[in-house]
Ligand binder design. Structure first.
Ligand SMILES: [Fe+2]
Ligand SMILES: [Fe+2]
Length: 305
């Protein structure tokens, strides 16, 4: 049987890619993060801060993205991937698929390593301080959703979390590598990551189909009704680092809340969720999730179909 993780020893970033090194002077006129992907950057209150603060805000947005990636890979993706690999997923996963899971485990650990490496290099090149980043509230919220929508099924919830996240296609991974406005090294780092994630996407699509086949009808119905909430609430933006960055830029509490409310409207968050999750939803549909009674309505109510 062919697997997307075949040729991992030759193709994986951790096996093949060089360490990406950021030049001490950033290429003139280029940005560290695509400005169009920072929803609050062109808010009038942020614009009024001037170009130096704008540069620091963009830099901190890159830090935030990399910090999130670093924690997410090790605390969420690898938590579930290890279960698949070591045989504690509760599913009868075949040995080749378990070996593939350990390959992914190595990939994600490497993504975490170079995310932190990039943060430290950018700090050195720009002199912009790195604010403390606390992933615990996000993880608590993410696991809280699981406990609420799938009580008593923490392992299944972790497996569904990883399927959701590993099959999302975010505009960051898709667009940054091609964006000529972005500093080359940042594009290379994101491009390296996107290549590995393409293989993970295919692996977890196959994994989900096996998982779904394994569930009994009762668990399928429960899962189908919970998946939309798991998808949409998992994709909610992490606003704590945004608030921190705006405060550091000199905005007072009222202004910070104003900017966040204007930049992250319910409609905008819903659109972002819908767009990022469309491959995931297609995967669920092709596995038969939407055929379960009540599922179609639940996905529609969440704005996913
Ligand atoms: Fe990754
Ligand atoms: Fe991945």
């Amino acid at each position: 049987m062919k697997s997307p993780m075949d040729h991992w020893y030759e193709k994986a970033g951790v096996r093949r890619d060089p360490r990406r090194v950021i030049a001490r002077d950033l290429e003139a006129g280029k940005t560290l993060f695509p400005e169009a992907l920072i929803p609050y950057l062109d808010h009038p209150l942020v614009r009024a801060l001037g170009p130096d603060e704008r540069f620091r805000i963009v830099t901190r947005h890159l830090y935030q993205y990399l910090h999130f990636t670093m924690h997410f890979e090790t605390s969420v993706v690898n938590r579930a991937t290890e279960r698949i690999a070591n045989g504690s997923s509760g599913l009868g996963v075949r040995p080749p698929m378990r070996l593939d899971a350990y390959k992914i485990y190595c990939d994600e650990a490497y993504h975490a390593l170079y995310s932190l490496d990039a943060i430290e290099q950018v700090r050195g090149a720009t002199g912009v301080d790195v604010p403390a980043y606390d992933f615990a509230p996000f993880l608590k919220q993410l696991d809280g959703i699981g406990a609420q929508v799938m009580p008593g099924e923490p392992v299944l919830t972790q497996l569904l979390q990883v399927v959701v996240f590993e099959t999302l296609v975010t505009s960051i991974l898709k667009d940054i590598p091609k964006d000529p406005q972005v500093v080359d090294t940042v594009r290379e780092i994101v491009g390296d990551h996107a290549e590995d994630e393409g293989r993970h996407h295919a692996y977890f699509s196959g994994f989900f189909k096996e998982l779904w086949t394994d569930l009994d009808p009762g668990m399928r119905e429960r899962s189908a009704r919970c998946l939309p909430a798991l998808v949409s609430r998992s994709l909610a933006p992490d606003l704590a680092p945004v608030r921190t960055s705006l405060r550091l830029a000199g905005l007072g509490e009222d202004a910070v809340e104003q900017v966040v409310a204007d930049a992250y409207t319910a409609g905008r968050v819903r659109r972002h969720t819908h767009d990022s999750a469309r491959h995931t939803v297609r995967l669920f549909a092709s596995a038969g999730v939407l055929d379960v009674p009540g599922a179609d309505e639940a996905f529609a109510a969440a704005g996913l179909v």
